[in-house]
Design a protein around this ligand. Structure first.
Ligand code: KG4
Ligand code: ZN
Length: 342
């Protein structure tokens, strides 16, 4: 197959991402650009969907221009446009989808609607030391916590998932309880660095359950109770609570992820999604996986959270695998969309 130049567009939540990926021999990310709306939503303590949609509209054209300029490519050189079709905020998805479909129609090239989680799953393939299929993926983002067996592009089997809050959601809600901003995952992790392990004991939900599922909403409630028990919370106590929370969630994620790899009979674990940026998670996972002779792969830090590169890559791999592309034009977004059985 001749090499293809694929534009990727991500707009499912509060980040606008645009990237250009070439399927030439080396398989290369030529350029990528991102605009995060975090500051805009911070005043509201969470993502305001209508503001998100309007901001995606403002950002797409400048980001596309930047990516084309950086890679010294022209619109005429594009072979296909991949975009996030779901899951995510309906309005935000519609902006990216309409933009991609309109541009592809004008250029007379096909589009590749991509599942956002497939982008996260495949994102470690962008790194300089990529995994090879098949592998087990621990996907931990703001909206999802899943363990998946990945046999190839488009071949995903759900092994376990959260029964309530996602890991990132638990980080964000706990961060809010501790008075940190939104999204609080990274801030909570930074606070936990100053906390003392074992000072605040919190439950390890479903650690011992026979399945590979998770549950994190009780952990957030346990933090709420701890905060209420203390008449006033000192800076050190806040850090200890953050540490206790992070220790608990990391222990459960590491334990279930390694159990999933052992159950699969495979030897590779891929970690993707925003929580995959967590330093403590990486350290504990690396240590325990090495002990179990399991290789762990992470996306580069900048590709852990939402970005256009993972969508361009997923689109390119789908095209190469002959899995999906469609003539540009009619489209629908899928705000709720399970990855398996899709
Ligand atoms: O993958 P992502 O960008 O968005 C979704 O697709 O949901 O993940 C965002 C999530 C947020 O919940 C954020 O708090 C969390 O990832 N996150 C972290 C860290 N960096 C981002 N959680 C823990 N530790 C971090 N260092
Ligand atoms: Zn995401």
């Amino acid at each position: 197959m001749p090499s293809m130049l694929v534009l990727g567009i991500e707009s499912s939540c509060d980040e606008t991402g645009v990237a250009l990926y070439s399927t030439d021999a080396a398989g290369a990310l030529l350029a990528h650009a991102l605009h995060s709306q975090v500051e805009m939503h911070a005043d509201y303590g969470g993502v305001v969907p209508e503001l998100a949609s309007r901001d995606h509209i403002r950002r797409l054209v400048p980001l596309l221009r930047k990516v084309l300029a950086e890679s010294r490519q022209s619109l005429a050189a594009l072979d296909a446009i991949a975009y996030t079709q779901g899951p995510g905020l309906a309005g935000a998805l519609l902006v990216g989808a309409a933009f991609a479909e309109a541009l592809a129609t004008a250029l007379g090239i096909p589009t590749v609607p991509v599942h956002h989680l497939e982008g996260h799953l495949l994102s470690p393939l962008l790194s300089s030391r990529p995994p090879r299929f098949p592998f087990v993926a621990l996907l931990v983002s703001g909206g999802h916590s899943q363990l998946m067996r990945v046999t190839g592009v488009g071949e995903y089997e759900l092994m376990g998932e959260t029964l309530d809050d996602a890991a990132g959601e638990a980080f964000d809600k706990t961060a809010k309880l501790l008075g940190l901003g939104y999204p609080g995952g990274a801030a909570l992790a930074a606070l936990a660095e100053r906390g003392r392990s074992g000072m605040v004991k919190l439950p390890r939900p479903m650690l011992k359950s026979a399945d590979l599922d998770f549950s994190f909403s009780g952990l957030k409630t346990a933090v709420l109770i701890k905060v209420r028990e203390l008449a006033s919370v000192s800076e050190q106590q806040r850090a200890d609570i953050a540490r206790g929370f992070q220790d608990a969630i990391v222990e459960v994620l590491v334990s279930k992820a390694l159990r999933a790899v052992k159950a699969s009979g495979l030897r590779q674990l891929v970690v993707a999604g925003g929580v995959g940026a967590n330093h403590e998670l990486r350290c504990r996972l690396d240590a325990q996986a090495a002990h179990a002779r399991i290789a762990v792969f992470y996306p580069e830090l900048e590709f852990c959270t939402d970005n256009g590169a993972m969508i361009a890559l997923a689109g390119a791999l789908r095209l190469q695998a002959g899995v999906s592309s469609k003539p540009a034009g009619a489209f629908a977004v899928r705000p709720r969309w399970p990855l398996t059985g899709a």
